[in-house]
Design a protein around this ligand. Structure first.
Ligand code: FPP
Length: 248
């Protein structure tokens, strides 16, 4: 791990969520196949995971594959699954060394069996790691996550295990894939688009949003630290006024 102190990062977000966009365009600009952009994107994944761990981020959630991404050309889908499989195999040791716990959020059952097996192998191995949790969002969609939680809670109400009047934000949060983890403080999207794309819609309610034109393969240590420094400059009011906060 890089031991140099990071600049301007006096306020570190506890949970950072990232939409890693722009791999395809990065490759197309270079007249290369899109998969080469994803391959270059894996390098950024390594760098950002390492930097986040180094500066003390406790939860990092990366949008690696959405439920909508299954509709991409099958060669691209296969290539992405294979990149994911090799990333997991190669990173297991580093995750253990850096005390990083791996979690997968999304529709696990839709993933190819070999990828699921590798994923479980790393999830089990890193189960006791506690310095940082790395959530990989795979076959993930936020609306279906919320519907799934609503179904589970409705089932409990029907069985009489839960009273409808007891339903609140916390109970719904407890049925999301991210249950037990704090909501993201910061949402980063690379690649120039300014939208949420069905990513953690419930959880980012109070997150600071950060959009950059830099495409994911070009998003490295310096760019991540710059985003975190920008976060440190924001005043998070959670609905209160600035003067109320200064009196707290
Ligand atoms: C969006 O870029 C990115 C993805 C759909 C996949 C992200 C995957 C990686 C970064 C590599 C594999 C992940 C891990 C965790 C090892 P895009 O293809 O939509 O880009 P575009 O908008 O330029 O077309």
């Amino acid at each position: 791990m890089n031991s140099a102190p990071p600049p301007d990062t006096s306020v570190i977000p506890v949970h950072v969520a990232i939409v890693m966009d722009g791999n395809g365009r990065w490759a197309e600009e270079r007249k290369k196949p899109r998969l080469l952009g994803h391959k270059a994107g894996v390098k950024s994944v390594r760098t950002v995971v390492e930097t986040a761990r180094e500066i003390g981020v406790k939860h990092l959630t990366l949008y690696a594959f959405s439920t909508e991404n299954w509709a991409r050309p099958s060669l691209e889908v296969k290539g992405l699954m294979s990149l994911l499989d090799s990333y997991l195999k190669s990173e297991r040791k580093t995750m253990l060394k850096n005390d990083i716990r791996l979690k997968c959020i999304g529709q696990r059952k839709r993933l190819p069996p070999d990828v699921r097996k590798t994923m479980d192998w790393v999830i089990d191995a890193t189960d006791q790691c506690s310095a940082m949790t790395l959530n990989l969002a795979l076959s993930y969609g936020s609306r279906s996550e919320i519907v799934r939680a609503a179904r589970q809670l409705a089932g409990q109400c029907v069985d009489g295990r839960l009273n409808v009047d007891e339903l609140d934000d916390q109970k719904l949060s407890n049925h999301l894939y991210t249950a037990g983890q704090p909501d993201p403080d910061m949402f980063i999207r690379t690649g120039g688009e300014k939208r949420l794309s069905n990513f953690l819609l419930w959880q980012v309610s109070y997150a600071e949003l950060y959009f950059t034109d830099i495409k994911w393969p070009d998003f490295g240590r310096d760019q991540f630290l710059e985003a975190v420094a920008d976060f440190a400059d924001r005043q998070r009011r959670f609905g209160k006024t600035g003067s109320q906060l200064s009196k707290e």
